[in-house]
Ligand binder design. Structure first.
Ligand code: AVI
Length: 369
């Protein structure tokens, strides 16, 4: 997909060229005319082309695994939304608490002109707290600020951006449908060419960093840093590891909720493989397993087979043993030192951080140095 900047003198007006697939919503003006709003920048490739290859490769591995990105089909995303509202799943509420109490202070650290880039379509109270703080800043200074959410899911990105634009009409918004780093790359190009004096504030919410392996996280930091310039900022949300303030039981319950929503979320990947790859997993023969591995500082999620069976996928027949586990997700947890170290290896400096009342979760201001 490519895009064209309609007018270099007004670079905030972007047009998608006719090789791309612009999605635009409609809005009625005061005169009753229909106005297109919020054109969507679309940079996305076909990220699911590898479902079959990735699945077969993971199941043929001596320690079986499925890639966590495949947990998030439409149903998986719905189930994850439900998880965020569970009484046991404290992560979302803690981050919300931090932003509701500190968003003004956090954004007061930003330069006069900045773009808030959110990795993931922000629909919830967390994003609203930041947009409120942006609006507060806008009222006291005439600075240039934009909100730019990046998400791979066009449907979700579009719906959430439209809703937020209606609630915050004075804030300039531009949703971008892309992989995170691809979207940031596009924005840094725009910034460097047309808005040289603008600081990028990359907000990576939800402790999604924890779902990457350590190598992937290190690579993400390095690649992001390579796109940014000095004084740009990564505002990173990260769940804390177990500590005297945070018992392991809190972590255990967050991933083993009483209502079984996390189990349904985990098992949903098998439904997806049966549907999309014509596989024949006997889903009733699997159970959800999640526990905190203190040595690795992470929650580990598996699907455990309760009987021996074979599964057909494409031309493969794969044997699954009794009590054999298929790994589906890691959720790494961090203390301040771990984040500081990871950041500094990629030339970010941890300048400030904010936590919730129980010190379960933390937001870090990591400055590109
Ligand atoms: C998206 N991510 C930060 C969630 C987490 O807590 O690691 C995914 C999740 N998996 C099970 N519950 C929540």
């Amino acid at each position: 997909m490519s895009f064209t900047d309609v007018s270099p003198s007004k670079p905030d007006v972007l047009r998608l060229d006719n090789t791309s697939t612009p999605t635009s919503a409609t809005q009625f003006s005061a005169e009753g005319r229909i106005n297109p709003v919020l054109p969507l920048i679309h940079l996305r490739g076909d990220e699911f082309g590898g479902l079959q290859t990735d699945t077969v490769r993971g199941l043929l591995n001596p320690s079986k695994y499925l890639l966590p990105k495949y947990l998030y089909d439409h149903r998986g995303s719905e189930l994850f939304e439900q998880i965020t509202a569970l009484p046991e799943y404290y992560l979302t509420r803690c981050e919300q608490e931090i932003l509701e109490s500190s968003a003004d202070e956090i954004l007061s650290r930003a330069e006069a002109n900045f773009w808030l880039v959110e990795l993931g379509a922000g629909s919830g109270k967390k994003t609203r707290a930041l947009l409120h703080a942006m609006r507060n800043r806008q009222m006291t200074n005439q600075a240039l600020m934009r909100y730019l959410p990046i998400d791979i899911s066009e449907e979700f990105l579009y719906a959430s951006s439209l809703q937020l634009q209606e609630e915050f009409p004075a804030i300039d918004m531009q949703p971008i449908c892309a992989e995170f780093l691809q979207g940031v790359g596009y924005l840094t190009m725009q910034r460097n060419e047309h808005y040289a004096g603008t600081q990028l504030l990359i907000y990576f919410p939800g402790s999604t960093i924890g779902n990457l392996t350590r190598n992937e996280a290190a690579e993400f930091f390095l690649k992001l840093r390579a796109l940014l310039r000095e004084n740009d900022v990564l505002l990173l949300a990260a769940d804390m590891n177990a500590s005297p303030e945070k018992p392991i039981s809190a972590l255990h319950e967050a991933y083993n909720d009483a209502a079984g929503v996390t189990a349904a979320f985990n098992l949903n990947i098998l439904h997806r493989l049966n549907r999309e790859l014509a596989a024949d997993f006997p889903i009733e023969a699997y159970k959800h397993v999640a526990y905190y591995n203190a040595g690795e500082s992470r929650v580990e999620l598996f699907l455990e087979s309760t009987r021996y069976h074979t599964v057909s996928i494409a031309d493969y027949r794969i044997e699954i043993g009794l009590a054999e586990r298929i790994h589906t997700e890691y959720s790494h947890k961090f203390n301040e030192n771990m984040i500081r170290q990871m950041a500094s290896l990629a030339n970010f400096t941890s300048v400030a951080s904010w936590t919730d009342a129980r010190e379960y979760f933390r937001l870090y201001w990591l400055c590109a140095s």
